[in-house]
Design a binder for this molecule. Structure first.
Ligand code: HEM
Length: 415
């Protein structure tokens, strides 16, 4: 079953790693593919006929794809029946804490509960409010440097990537002088520019770097997330685990928000009316952001869940030891959420959606992501009201098979 672990872990491990070229049976890749911004039609057909569906897999692997909204919620909310711990898959018996210190995504309660409790106070609206001026300044700084460019500008490189990485610096309390290093690590971490080999180095380099930041904060705790955890709970967590937590925040908050920023900008560039709406009307942004979170669902699937026992979901029995993939992009188009879900409707009253997941692992950074998106799009369209794509949408390079959907570059003309 190691092929499936490689979907998640191999990205960093395997030379020249490319999901699309791996010998993974087509049905398992289907929820990781798109047609432009939309999930592939097969996903909708599967949801309509079998929202809890066992995929035909070789070697006796039992893999389920859950694509209905209620069905996905049922899986994601049931930590008693479903585990996030990769040890189930690797057959190592090692705990995810040893393999992945501080990582929330692969931890089960009670380890998950303890770590998440340390982070939660740093993600309340009250604590996040302190970041508002910094977020605005970061966005303005990106727009200023775009303004200076003579020709076409790549919105991914100049806007979508730097904003979340600098915001995470602010959030964690990374000192100003260290930001360039942090940004470089964050970028190479996701092999956006450097390929998979560089990414492997970047993972250990980033943990090491964060360990250094943690040690310095331990001596002189600042007002950011790391300093606050050290001040208030310093004796409950060691440096490695805290660096792991910070690394999890970087992993969770960087590529996801960057993809949303880029693809949301593409939605605006392709829809003049919505562009004008966001340009003219302050009140429109909240509904727009909620609608594109649902519509784009950049995190296409949740972390895999492993059945700890035989468990029935929507009348179907999933066997003990089976692997379950919840398709968030599939669930967010489920007609139980409303009609016309295949299109972006910026006036839609926000529906429930699973773009941030559900249950105890629901995205801890959801409010921070919303803050960034709500600030970034209006600032972008107001600064560059004549902005347009520099090449046709058909020529854009989207990720072919990916867990976080995205576009590699988004060249635009600004004036
Ligand atoms: C639009 C941007 C974002 C999207 C779409 C997104 C999506 C998600 C989703 C779907 C999950 C749950 C995965 C699962 O249950 O298997 C998740 C978890 C997580 N996210 Fe986000 N995220 C975003 C931004 C952020 C930000 C800004 C941060 C922090 C700065 C963050 C940190 C995390 C962490 C730490 C987890 C793990 C939570 C846990 O397991 O308890 N995310 N995110």
């Amino acid at each position: 079953m190691t092929w499936f672990a490689r979907i998640y872990l191999g990205r960093a491990r395997k030379k020249g790693f490319d999901l699309g070229k791996m010998p993974i049976p087509e049905p398992a890749l289907m929820p990781l593919k798109r047609n432009g911004l939309d999930p592939v039609p097969d996903l909708g057909q599967m949801r309509a006929t079998a929202p809890v569906n066992k995929l035909p897999m070789p070697f006796g692997v039992n893999l389920w794809l859950v694509s209905g909204y209620e069905e996905a919620k049922a899986v994601l909310s049931n930590t008693k029946a479903f585990s996030n711990d990769f040890a189930h898959l690797m057959g190592t018996g090692a705990t995810s804490v040893q393999q992945n210190p501080g990582g929330l995504g692969f931890a089960d309660p009670p380890v998950h509960t303890r770590l998440r409790k340390l982070l939660t106070p740093e993600f309340t609206m009250r604590r996040l409010a302190r970041l508002t001026p910094g977020i605005k300044a970061i966005i303005d700084q990106c727009l200023d440097s775009m303004d200076e460019a003579a020709g076409p500008v790549d919105l991914v490189a100049e806007f979508a990537l730097p904003i979340p990485s600098l915001v995470i610096c602010e959030l964690l309390g990374v000192p100003y002088d260290d930001r360039e290093d942090f940004q470089r690590l964050a970028m190479s971490r996701f092999d956006l520019f450097s390929g998979a080999d560089a990414s492997l180095g970047a993972i250990s380099e980033s943990l090491e770097y964060l360990l250094g930041v943690v040690k310095r904060q331990r001596e002189n705790p600042g007002d950011g997330l790391l300093g606050m955890i050290i001040k208030e709970h310093g004796d409950e967590i060691d440096d490695l685990e805290l660096a792991g937590l910070a690394d999890g925040v970087l992993t969770g908050g960087f590529e996801t928000t960057a993809s949303m920023l880029a693809l949301g900008a593409l939605v605006l560039l392709q829809d003049e009316e919505t562009f004008k709406l966001i340009h003219d009307n302050d009140d429109a942004i909240n509904k727009f952001v909620e609608e594109i979170l649902r519509y784009l669902t950049v995190v296409q699937v949740a972390f895999p869940r492993f059945a700890r026992e035989d468990i029935e979901v929507a009348g179907v029995t999933i066997g003990k030891g089976d692997v379950v993939i919840a398709s968030l992009s599939g669930a967010n188009r489920d007609e139980v959420l409303g009609t016309g879900l295949e299109t972006v409707n910026p006036h839609r009253d926000p529906t429930s959606h699973l773009a941030f997941g559900y249950g105890v692992h629901r995205c801890i950074g959801a409010e921070l992501a919303r803050m960034e998106l709500r600030a970034a799009y209006p600032a972008l369209v107001r600064r560059f009201p004549k902005m347009r794509l520099a090449k046709s949408a058909d020529e854009l390079e989207f990720r072919k098979v990916s867990i976080v959907y995205g576009v590699d570059a988004l060249p635009v003309l600004l004036k």
